[in-house]
Design a protein around this ligand. Structure first.
Ligand code: HEC
Length: 177
């Protein structure tokens, strides 16, 4: 008697559990069917894309172009200097687009406020093939690099005009910010 009751309760439980499981299974099948219908149709969301940090972008996109621009002018290769100046400008633009704010400051505005004038002066010097003008404008650009580093508390990063001894544009000998 008790055994029969237990058995029927068990049966009912199975039946009750069975309905939701069947529904879940159906939903599952529908869901997997929907997914299967659009294989890889949706591009990866913005959140899944890797955005390198500013320091990586500086090393990868800004620093080498700053150095190569100098090198081109030393070789009086004005065509390449013009090309690399364009690349440097575009790299700064992309940086600002990738990081709209930094330290609560609009980063694109900060970039343009310090770099726009020296970049324009460099452009003028390149067009005129003016070595003296280039040297001055390049020094101003380098000052702009350091002005931003200092303003954002990265004064340890000291950029310089590459010297004859080394073509590096980074002064690793200065330890004070
Ligand atoms: C508008 C601001 C700004 C300007 C302009 C700027 N930088 Fe930077 N730079 C930064 C910031 C911020 C960092 C530090 C990022 C970090 O470590 O998170 C940095 C870091 C660097 C680093 C160190 C990266 C590392 O990992 O060691 C180098 C090299 C560098 N900048 C080169 C330059 C050069 C060259 C210029 C000029 C042509 C320049 N930067 C102009 C903001 C700027």
């Amino acid at each position: 008697m008790i055994g029969a009751l237990r058995a029927s309760t068990k049966l009912r439980t199975v039946a009750l559990l069975g309905i939701p499981s069947a529904i879940t299974l159906c939903i599952g099948l529908v869901a997997s069917h929907t997914e299967a219908a659009e294989p890889d149709a949706t591009p990866p969301s913005q959140a899944n894309q890797y955005l390198p940090p500013i320091s990586d972008l500086m090393i990868a996109t800004i620093q080498p172009r700053h150095r190569r621009l100098w090198q081109a002018a030393q070789e009086k290769n004005w065509a390449f200097a013009a090309y690399e100046l364009g690349n440097l400008r575009a790299a700064f633009k992309r940086l600002g687009e990738a990081y709209p704010t930094e330290h609560d400051i609009p980063f694109p505005d900060m970039i343009s406020s310090v770099t726009e004038q020296p970049l324009e002066e460099i452009n003028t010097a390149i067009e005129a093939k003016d070595e003296v003008g280039f040297t001055k404008a390049y020094a101003d650009l380098t000052t702009a690099c350091n002005a931003c580093h200092q303003a954002l508390n990265y004064g340890v990063v000291v950029i310089r005009t590459p010297s004859g001894k080394s073509d590096s544009d980074q002064d690793f000998t200065t330890t004070e910010p």
